[in-house]
Ligand binder design. Structure first.
Ligand SMILES: Nc1nc2c(ncn2[C@@H]2O[C@H](COP(=O)(O)OP(=O)(O)OP(=O)(O)O)[C@@H](O)[C@H]2O)c(=O)[nH]1
Ligand SMILES: [Mg+2]
Length: 313
């Protein structure tokens, strides 16, 4: 399956909500009334795109089509164009979907260090495996650092992935200092001439100050070992939590200085519109989206591609 078809499949639940319900609203080429617009608004809100974005879309549809007989394709064209603008944000960044490395800030020389953080169970470890696999397939030599020394099975989970990918991994016994694991991962990469170190961390809430301090320590320690590291601090969000996850993430990213987002579990939700809310409410780009539990189920996020997949038949 090509990348675009995979994305379409992953977005299936959001697509159904948008396409079935909204198509029904406009099915027989009806007069666009204020009542219709309100119904349309309610459907958009169900995707979790957020009030400002839904309002903006409805306003534009009103402006263009009000009081006329409209067919669904006209509505879609307006919605798609507006969504693309909303998703691009002011930086207008368009990562290359064919180039998995394009969203990453790579170190000019020596190993690139990617630190991955987020609240419990959002999909950090799985996303790390997916990313490591993409890097490995792109010919980069990867070292994983099993920095979640808190949850008993976490090291095992990452070790299993490393075997499947065929990449190196650094582990320490349960209860070890995660900063020591991160440091050892960087040391290993320097020794072996690896290109990328990806560091897993235990799930934590932005309100757990001791754990947030622990992340700062990890940052400091890897920066001491490899100047300029971490080059990326990816915050993983769970798309199924929709809007609720966004405010949590805002606080998280402020205290850890994240450089980008991975939006996991988009396949498990009809609230894929949350990507729009994230773009509007957070000062961070979505770099990758998770589309399933398997190792290949991750793609570079590209607004144009995303919107096209959302509305493709
Ligand atoms: N459907 C789907 N499931 C996912 C995706 N990413 C992760 N999962 C599942 O979500 C669950 C949690 O994933 P993990 O990667 O262990 O999450 P984590 O953030 O590392 O969890 P903790 O380390 O316990 O904080 C697992 O069952 C994964 O298979 C995704 O993109 N889609
Ligand atoms: Mg984990």
């Amino acid at each position: 399956m090509g990348l675009f078809d995979r994305l379409k499949k992953g977005l299936q639940r959001t697509k159904e909500l948008l396409q079935t319900d909204i198509r029904d609203l406009f099915k027989s080429g009806e007069l666009l009334t204020e009542e219709k617009l309100e119904q349309f608004y309610s459907k958009l809100i169900l995707t979790d795109m957020g009030v400002p974005a839904a309002r903006e879309i409805v306003d534009e549809v009103r402006e263009k089509h009000f009081g006329r007989t409209v067919v669904i394709d006209e509505i879609w064209a307006t919605v798609k164009a507006r969504l693309k603008i909303l998703l691009k944000g002011s930086e207008n960044t368009l990562w290359d979907v064919e180039n998995f490395l394009s969203p990453l800030a790579m170190a000019p020389t020596g190993p690139t260090v990617i630190l991955v953080a987020g609240v419990n169970g959002v999909g950090k470890t799985t996303s790390i495996a997916k990313l490591a696999n993409l890097l490995h397939k792109a010919g980069r030599k990867v070292v994983l650092a099993a920095g979640d020394t808190f949850r008993a099975a976490a090291v095992e989970q990452l070790t299993m992935w490393s075997k499947r990918i065929g990449c190196d991994i650094v582990t320490k016994p349960s209860g070890s200092d995660p900063a020591a694991v991160a440091y050892a991962g960087c040391a290993r990469a320097l020794e072996t001439g690896a290109d990328v170190v990806v560091i897993d961390t235990a799930g934590r809430l932005q309100t757990q100050q001791n754990l947030m301090k622990q992340l700062e320590k990890i940052r400091r320690v890897i920066g001491d070992k490899i100047p300029g590291a971490p080059h990326e601090v990816l915050l993983v969000l769970d798309a199924t939590t929709g809007q609720n996850g966004v405010s949590q993430a805002q606080k998280f990213s402020e205290s850890v200085a994240c450089t980008g987002l991975v939006l996991a579990k988009l396949d498990g939700t009809a609230k894929g519109g949350v990507v729009v809310a994230i773009r509007q409410q957070m000062n961070l780009p979505v770099k990758y989206v998770g589309l399933g539990e398997q190792i290949d189920d991750m793609e570079v996020f590209n607004p144009d591609n995303f919107v096209e997949a959302l509305f493709a038949g």
